[in-house]
Write a protein of this length. Sequence first.
Length: 428
Amino acid sequence: MADTLTITDNRTGKHYEVPIQDGTIKATDLRQVKVTNDEFGMMTYDPAFMNTASCKSRITYIDGDNGVLLYRGYPIEQLAEQSDFLETAWLILFGELPSKAEYDKWAHQITMHTMLHTNIAKLMEGFRHDAHPMGMFISTVGALSTFYPDAKDIFSQESRRLQTIRLIAKVPSIAAYAFRHSIGRPFNQPDNELGYAGNFLSLLFRMTELRYKPNPVLERALEVLFILHADHEQNCSTSTMRAIGSSHADPYSALAGAAAALYGPLHGGANEAVLRMLHEIGSINNVPAFIKRVKSGEGRLMGFGHRVYKSYDPRAKIIKRMADLVFEVTGKNPLLEMALELERIALEDEYFVSRKLYPNVDFYSGLIYQAMGFPVDMFPVLFAIPRTAGWIAQWEEMLNDPDQKIARPRQIYLGASTRDYVPKDKRK
Ligand code: CMC
């Protein structure tokens, strides 16, 4: 017998058999539940999509209770240990690890598309000196759609592949231009001899030397951070990418929207918020008082908690271990002691334990970024660079999914019923 859910409507006494597939019922199957034939039918109410699967996906798997994260079936720990960002991006986008020939061609194609059109540089120069780099990033990615109008051809696989290469290649350059603009230094040109993370470091930090040599520990740390941030299934920004893409907008416009969703302090802006929080706490002695304030509802412990993970975020574990390697090169971030003390107290405290609030990916990443010389407002940009691979993979999966249509939720209308317009002079 097929799995079904039996629903009894006590208003009418009717029974309904709703098929269960993949542990899920289709929300539209509930539409048959109605009292009279002219009714719209039953809907589900799910603000913030707490219990709604918006798609079927084969990209990323999270087991939030057990702290498991898989990209295309591969555990994040193995990828962080053995892969590099471009290989992981390929895996996320195309479903399998690349062969040697596929990898080499992919890395070459990305390297060949890292340069930005000079008018992009001019556009970016137009921002105020103190413009937030994430604002610059979002606007510039959106502007790319005007440079590549061929991107509108979203149903051409060839065009999608070209835009994918352009986006993954150019986001580090845009990010680096935003950084250089904010510190008043000229833009660097890409160095094709370097890998993805190494070239990014060169774009950011090269001064007058002819060739920038990235520190191998920091270069590898950045690759790992990029791997850890490459995708995370249906989070706020990815859902935004899918929603904008569902109207058949070009990928640059959709990605600018996704990056805007990432900017908020509850999502990709959290690592920036963690550092600001640590500065605000100021000293290890103030940690207990800060925790007390959080528990009384005055603000949140940033970098803690997650909609899906109800255990230690596996990415946070990897980052915490990596921090030691980075600090051996850069010197210890003085805020680390405070972060460790916050974690220690929170993990023993009933408030956090009962709500299953553990450190998430953003709790320690900011400390590493800061030690590597990034200003705090670059943190969300550093998140957006690798997440570009995930956003594009999810966007393509959505476009190729025959179940998908333009994203258009319903509402429960609780406003005024029909009433007549009252001219201004007749209003009370
Ligand atoms: N500090 C203190 N209390 C918290 C926190 C926190 N960081 N997170 C959740 N809670 C409490 C919350 O007040 C609520 O308590 P109560 O049941 O008494 O009202 C309970 O825990 C459940 O919280 P929620 O807001 O219903 O949970 P959510 O799934 O809607 O929110 C979250 C998830 C990530 C937005 C939230 O945990 C949060 O705001 N964390 C801080 C921001 C942060 O670190 N964000 C990064 C997320 S990971 C990377 C990414 O997605 O970009």
